[in-house]
Design a protein around this ligand. Structure first.
Ligand SMILES: [Zn+2]
Length: 142
């Protein structure tokens, strides 16, 4: 019988076959944070989707982000009922304004000591968490 505790303690991962986000997750294997730009109105589009939310055009081009940005807002999670996230507490969940003009919800990785250093406006950069079929974009203070 397999030990189910290891499976329960792994990070929940996204579905790779979802049409709008498939390319995004494929690019994470190459450690590229991808976003879209509308070819009609130049709006920066994130999360990935089939149409521009500004003008409803469907011609979106893919771009690779620098992976740098600053914390727009954050919360420190001190309690979790999910086995994987329980093992991380306390951890930071943050909205991050990426330099190219889009906002991402992710974690800011830090030790217990540096939790106090996390501030609105703190600069962060990508740090990838590797998995078999994709990488998860996490962030670290810089
Ligand atoms: Zn547009």
């Amino acid at each position: 019988m397999e030990d189910e505790s290891n499976e329960l303690a792994s990070r929940p991962l996204p579905r790779l076959e979802e049409m709008d986000t498939k390319y995004f997750w494929q690019e994470t294997r190459n450690k590229r944070l991808s976003y879209q730009i509308c070819e009609n109105c130049s709006k920066v589009v994130f999360h990935p989707r089939a149409h521009c939310p500004g003008c409803l055009e469907g011609r979106l081009s893919w771009q690779a982000s620098s992976g740098r940005g600053e914390i727009y807002s954050f919360s420190i999670v001190r309690q979790s009922y999910h086995p994987f996230f329980r093992g991380l507490i306390p951890y930071v969940v943050a909205w991050i304004d990426i330099d190219e003009g889009f906002r991402v919800l992710s974690n800011v990785i830090c030790s217990d000591i540096s939790l106090a250093d996390v501030k609105i406006g703190s600069r962060v950069e990508l740090e990838w968490e590797e998995h078999e079929q994709l990488c998860i974009p996490l962030f670290r203070l810089i």
